[in-house]
Write a protein that binds this ligand. Structure first.
Ligand SMILES: OC[C@H]1O[C@H](O)[C@H](O)[C@@H]1O
Length: 330
């Protein structure tokens, strides 16, 4: 079993400040953390921590930083043999204030972005993976190329041949974010979107369970059979269609349970990884959704997006989620 994550590899520099300085002001950071970052790398790290064999397709800089990032990825157990190395490393500076509010300043050289040629070079690996995970930090043409390469044996949703049930479907394609390009959505099986992104996809505000469900139905109509949408009370809605492996329409809302939030950065990345791991294990929908939220919650307690998923943190969060679900049911 392998998951291919096609996404960004960056050096994340997280500076914890009492307050973000205004124009003409300076702030002393009381903590500084540097780490392998970018949504692609974060998701790959989280998958590796969850015990899922994972390969990364993203660009590493041909500089000292790029070398450090790749070494870290290798130490994390990620296969980086398909990573092109060129140019300057991508750098993302996160300013995290005392309220846990973050601001990013990023320098993403053009050379740090995936091209369709990079994707073509990894086409065989994409097609043979069990899941392909994409985020929107890469150019749309590269993402579309990756989705097409992954599903070369079947067309996008809406293609009668692909929907016939007789065509081999290839890997599960998972998309993190709301693509401006509707074509990309048609190639995805699973989508994760925060509130704002879900609103963009649905063309209407999402926030409550009812509105989220409406958005999910629209999303299912356009392609993905599973939508994981953030609601405005910190809960997550997971809505699946009959085209899902579970074969029925259904949904579950998992309440947000983590009490201490140092930084929300990276929580979505861990959620995606938790969901992919659960889908590949063949979990039932409630268990898959709970596993995804447990992974996300485990990432909230520390500054920066790097996941720190341990069996202990996951089972602590799982127990809280199970309690919350029992409470909702009772
Ligand atoms: O999803 C969080 C990530 O997004 C930003 O790109 C940072 O790299 C951070 O680690």
């Amino acid at each position: 079993m392998t998951v291919m994550v096609a996404g960004q590899i960056a050096r994340d520099l997280v500076l914890t400040v009492p307050a973000v300085p205004g124009a003409g002001e300076a702030a002393d950071a009381h903590e500084r953390r540097e780490m392998l970052g970018g949504k692609g790398a974060n998701q790959a790290v989280a998958l590796a921590q969850l015990g899922v064999p994972v390969a990364l397709l993203g660009v590493a800089g041909a500089d000292e930083t790029g070398e450090r990032l790749l070494n870290q990825a290798r130490k994390d157990g990620i296969d980086v043999s398909s990573v092109p190395v060129r140019g300057e490393s991508a750098l993302i500076v996160e300013l995290l204030d005392a309220d846990g509010e973050w601001r990013y300043v990023q320098h993403l050289p053009e050379s740090s972005l995936l091209t369709p040629d990079d994707v073509a070079a990894a086409a065989g690996r994409l097609a043979n993976a069990d899941a392909v995970v994409l985020q929107l930090q890469q150019p749309p043409e590269a993402l579309l190329a990756a989705a097409r390469a992954a599903r070369r044996t079947a067309g996008p949703h809406g293609d009668p041949e692909a929907e016939s049930g007789t065509t081999p479907r290839g890997p599960i394609v998972v998309l993190d974010g709301a693509p401006g390009d509707g074509a990309l959505l048609g190639w995805a099986d699973v989508i994760r979107a925060d509130e704002q992104e879900a609103g963009l996809l649905a063309g209407a505000e999402v926030g409550t369970e009812e509105r989220g469900l409406r958005a999910a139905r629209e999303i299912h109509r356009r392609g993905p059979w599973l939508a994981a949408l953030a609601l405005d009370d910190g809960a997550n809605l997971f809505a699946w269609s009959a085209r899902s492996p579970w074969g029925t329409d259904g949904h579950v809302v998992i309440p947000g349970v983590q009490t201490t939030t140092a930084d929300t950065t990276g929580a979505g990345d861990s959620l995606v990884a938790g969901l992919v791991a659960a889908l590949l294990r063949g979990d039932d929908p409630v268990s898959a959704a709970s596993g995804a939220v447990a992974a996300a919650s485990s990432t909230l307690g520390h500054p920066g997006g790097r996941p720190g998923l341990t069996p202990e943190s996951l089972s602590r969060q799982r127990a809280l989620i199970d309690d919350a679900l029992r409470e909702t049911a009772g």
